[in-house]
Design a binder for this molecule. Structure first.
Ligand SMILES: [Zn+2]
Length: 341
């Protein structure tokens, strides 16, 4: 699989702005403002993981964070990363967690735990390494995000980046999904862009499919806005029926595989976006502000459909997390089925 394909599996990974450091700096370490922001983000992640996603505590996965000049490998796997030349090693505690941080300068290229490398651009994603046994997380630090043209006017940019980190850290609990996607991708060599926009890219050209999707989004928005549980449940039930009808109509014959592909991407992106939304609320935004910040216009189907479905599932069926993060995770359709019962 090419790195482009890994990168494009997630909303917050579009390459927007290249930052190439031309000067190599001898000494790198997290700057005080970066360290403070990162500690706040780790606290936010710990709270969302425990209180919202109901996941057990675990160490921060290998995180590769970079700014314009420096790259910091936090909790790197010592079997493949130790005593690199020019690396400054620091042991420090953040958010109550002992961390090992290895910092070095970069010259525009970031090396990843899976052996690949990426340019030091605005990016954030999670992926598997070590034969799907472990997860890593890579992201640009806030200084890079703040310099992106379309985010210059965003007054909540630090909350946005923090929420995006939490979106990706949620994906570090999706190793089984990533492994399954890798296998499915291998079975579809003719598909150029196997990413979370695949359903949109293939089926949005079909007018009837497009209309069915738009109607589902309208119903999902109605269900989210409805405050009375019984009415909310009734709208969600109609939405579930519409989803099942659409899927039964289009995902047949050679296209049967798209039922599972839609399930996986909606579930992964939905829950990660919902976690980001909860993090934005915890960071001080109102529900409406957080929803706008994370959904960003709702142009990407799997992101938009997914977060709306998890907003509905969470309000109708508060204990969905165990099934969603089980060894064989429940799909979003089965979670919605339970929620409308
Ligand atoms: Zn994602």
């Amino acid at each position: 699989m090419t790195i482009t394909r890994i990168i494009k599996r997630c909303l917050f990974t579009v390459v927007i702005f290249a930052v190439a450091a031309t000067t190599v700096f001898a000494q790198c370490e997290l700057k005080p403002d970066e360290a403070k922001w990162l500690e706040g983000t780790m606290n936010a992640w710990n709270a969302v993981r425990k209180n919202e996603l109901k996941l057990p505590a675990s160490d921060l996965p290998w995180s590769v964070l970079f700014d314009e000049k420096c790259v910091h490998n936090i909790n790197p796997d010592t079997r493949q990363f130790s005593n690199r030349e020019g690396t400054r090693q620091v042991a420090r505690t953040m958010a109550g967690e002992p961390l090992r941080i290895e910092s070095s300068s970069h010259s525009g290229k970031i090396f990843l735990p899976d052996g690949q490398s990426i340019p030091s651009q605005l990016i954030s994603f999670a992926a598997n390494y070590d034969g799907d046994k472990r997860s890593f997380f890579v992201a640009a630090l806030p200084s890079i995000w703040k310099n992106v043209e379309h985010l210059r006017q965003e007054k909540n940019v630090e909350t946005l980046v923090r929420s995006i980190y939490i979106h990706e850290l949620t994906h570090t609990y999706h190793r089984n999904f990533f492994a399954r996607l890798n296998a499915i991708e291998k079975s579809m060599p003719d598909v150029d862009n196997f990413d979370d926009d695949i359903i949109q890219n293939i089926f949005s050209k079909n007018e009837k499919f497009n209309k069915a999707y738009t109607e589902e989004i309208a119903l999902a928005n109605d269900a989210v806005a409805e405050t009375k549980p019984e009415k909310k449940r009734a709208i969600a039930k109609r939405l579930l029926d519409r989803m099942k009808q659409r899927r039964a109509m289009y995902y047949t014959g050679k296209d049967l595989k798209f039922a599972e592909i839609e399930d996986i991407f909606l579930t992964m992106e939905g829950v990660a976006n919902w976690a980001a939304y909860r993090a934005a609320i915890a960071d001080g935004l109102s529900e409406n502000e957080a929803s706008r910040l994370i959904r960003r216009g709702g142009k990407h189907w799997s992101q938009e459909h997914g977060i709306l479905l998890f907003m509905i599932i969470n309000s109708l069926s508060p204990n969905w997390q165990k099934a969603a993060f089980a060894k064989r995770p429940a799909s979003i359709v089965s979670l919605l089925e339970r929620a409308v019962r």
